[in-house]
Design a protein around this ligand. Structure first.
Ligand code: GLC
Length: 500
């Protein structure tokens, strides 16, 4: 959309809301706004707080590597390095119809995936919005809702002919459940803890695959839950299905996490399972938990500490809370509130709308950073429309710069995580390139996020860091889940490591 340099216009946000944009030439007259110099002075302070030097990044990478190592050696570590029982890469020849249920954040998604071989597939899907109550109430009720949605989807697909089943036949189902679960087999998983603001009761410490099976049985669904999958593992496999150079997958969304393929001999904590050491297995790192509880390695500001302490899980997901889309808007809001309290911003204006936790969506940071106008009309619109406050150009420039600092720090911390895996696996040792499949709203929608991750990788590795390239990944939670269900079905038919 082209915005006029002056006057009114409108803009549609990713959320579907329409934003009225209004500007005037005399916005600095009536209210006691901060001067340009005051804003510039404050910005310098925040620059110091939110900037990560290459040297600091390299130190973080080293501790990150040690943490990954520890998680592979010992059970129940803070970064749990979860063995996924996904063995090696797909061949690209996986075929057939698979169902996938994806529970991981804002929406519930159900998909029918037809794998056609040669890296090709078709997918049809439905999305259902989850209410805040569903995320917090009883876990079994949540899984019942998932089964109910799947039932509607299967019935519709059978009725319109997009799916056919012989009598007595069941379809393999991949369940993408994007929360940390201890797995001792691929079709089983004990929820370690909810993340991303979920808190459904009677679920932590329970086998979520079994709970979902109970719900599937209740609705008499013709499916077999073949594999319990994390979105990162799905993304890893789906990315490799279409691009064999993909070695790592990262999700930058409501949460942040990564998966990669590890040599079984290195996962010493599962030595007793009798799997040959030279097999490869996907590892769901759950790196969002890096530096949780002890807070020794990451540069947290006082705003990060408030975000943490006021969350439903204080102390946990320390790395994720500095990076993921769920928190970036809130970090920025806290800085703004501090400046309101200090009497620097919005003196004489009613700021109550800005004072509610989590009202400042991370999508606003994206919009602020991508505002193409000199007057920053988009930022005027955000503040006047959603928060009923008037801003001066100096303030808007400050907000945009602040968004940039917070977004950039998130990207650079992500580079540290990627660098730890790359370093550990020696992916750059032979001068080869290392592709990273990436997905999630932050990666896909935040302007410049990928470039900043790449820049961070060069800061860590020097020029050879350019060999690590992130790509927009295939749909891991749908297609990836189906491919894993297919790989697992074949493996079980061959009786290969049948016990896992
Ligand atoms: C959170 C979850 C993790 C998931 C990530 C991205 O970190 O704990 O399982 O992969 O979000 O959705």
């Amino acid at each position: 959309m082209v915005l006029s340099r002056r006057g009114s216009g409108s803009l549609t946000l990713p959320t579907g809301q329409t934003l009225a944009i209004h500007t005037r030439t005399h916005d600095e007259e009536d209210l006691p706004h901060a001067t340009k110099k005051t804003m510039a002075d404050h910005l310098r302070k925040y620059e110091t707080l939110f900037t990560l030097t290459p040297q600091r990044m390299r130190i973080i990478v080293e501790s990150f590597k040690e943490t990954l190592e520890l998680g592979l050696q010992k059970p129940e570590q803070i970064v749990p390095m979860i063995p996924t029982f996904v063995f090696g890469w797909p061949t690209g020849q996986e075929k057939g119809d698979y169902l996938a249920v994806d529970l991981g954040g804002t929406n519930l998604r159900v998909c029918l995936v037809t794998l056609q071989g040669e890296g090709k597939f078709e997918i049809s899907q439905s999305k259902y919005r989850l209410t805040e109550e569903q995320k917090q109430e009883d876990g079994q009720k949540l899984f019942d809702f998932c089964a109910q949605c799947l039932k509607t989807f299967v019935d519709t697909s059978l009725a319109d002919g997009s799916l056919s089943l012989k009598s007595g036949e069941t379809l393999p189902l991949g369940f993408t459940f994007s929360y940390p679960c201890y797995q001792s087999r691929i079709d089983h998983g004990i929820l370690i803890r909810w993340t991303k603001g979920f808190g459904a009761l009677n679920t932590e410490g329970h086998d979520v695959a079994e709970m979902f099976r109970t719900s599937l049985a209740k609705y008499e669904l013709p499916v077999t839950l073949t594999a319990l999958i994390n979105d990162t593992t799905g993304t890893l496999i789906a990315s490799h299905y279409v691009n064999p150079n993909a070695k790592i997958a990262v999700i930058f969304g409501t949460g942040c996490n990564a998966a990669y393929m590890e040599k079984v001999s290195e996962i010493t904590k599962i030595n007793d399972l009798g799997i040959p050491g030279d097999e490869m297995m996907g590892i769901n790192c759950e790196w969002g938990a890096f530096d949780s509880f002890e807070h020794e390695h990451l540069p947290r500001t006082k705003y990060d500490i408030i975000v943490d302490e006021t969350s439903n899980k204080p102390g946990e997901q320390a790395f994720e809370k500095l990076i993921s889309g769920r928190y970036l808007g809130e970090i920025l809001r806290l800085v703004i509130c501090e400046l309101i309290d200090e009497g620097v911003l919005f003196l004489g204006q009613n700021t109550y709308k800005l004072e509610n936790p989590y009202v400042f969506d991370t999508a606003f940071l994206s919009l602020m950073e991508s505002d193409p106008t000199d007057e920053l009309l988009m930022i005027i619109g955000i503040f006047s429309h959603f928060f009923a406050v008037e801003t001066t150009l100096a303030e808007r420039q400050f907000f945009r710069a602040l968004a940039k600092l917070i977004g950039r720090r998130a990207a650079r911390l992500s580079s540290c995580g990627i660098a730890a895996i790359v370093g550990r696996m020696g992916y750059l040792d032979n001068g080869e390139r290392c592709d990273v499949g990436a997905d999630g709203s932050l990666y896909n929608k935040y302007p410049g996020f990928a470039d900043r991750v790449h820049e961070g990788l060069v800061d860590i590795f020097g020029e050879k860091g350019r060999k690590i390239v992130t790509h927009r990944a295939e749909d891991g939670s749908g297609v990836g889940s189906a491919i894993i269900a297919a790989m697992t079905k074949t493996r079980k038919e061959k009786c290969l490591y049948d016990h896992v």
